[in-house]
Ligand binder design. Sequence first.
Ligand SMILES: [Zn+2]
Length: 140
Amino acid sequence: MITTYPSTQLEILRKKTEEESTVTPNGTRLESFFQGMQNGQKAFVVKTSWTALNRSDKDFVQQDENCIKFCFPKFTVRRSLKKGENGKTTIRVYANDPNKSLRITICPEHQSFSVEHLFETKIIQCAKSERLCEHLTRID
Ligand SMILES: [Zn+2]
């Protein structure tokens, strides 16, 4: 489950393990790790990370000065760290059929988004919020 907040905070919750990755508004990445059961409750430890992280060969994070990219088997979540992009979040969904792949771009502050279908090099935009804010109309 992916949640973006108007504050530009981003949270990714892995439903299976309940482990969470968080990017705070200032771009700090927090990673929670399951530690075992304590008094009948799942206990997690939260670590701050500035580097790449592999939870498994299918669930890993890459980070550089411009972005944090969370990689999962069928999708990636990229959170921009660039000034002026306002924590812009891009979700790419990969299908076996490349014609069904999607790119969803979200401005967390303005809750503005656009959905694009990627037909190899042709991009068809099928859904967008009424008005795109300036953070989404910039060209990368
Ligand atoms: Zn915006």
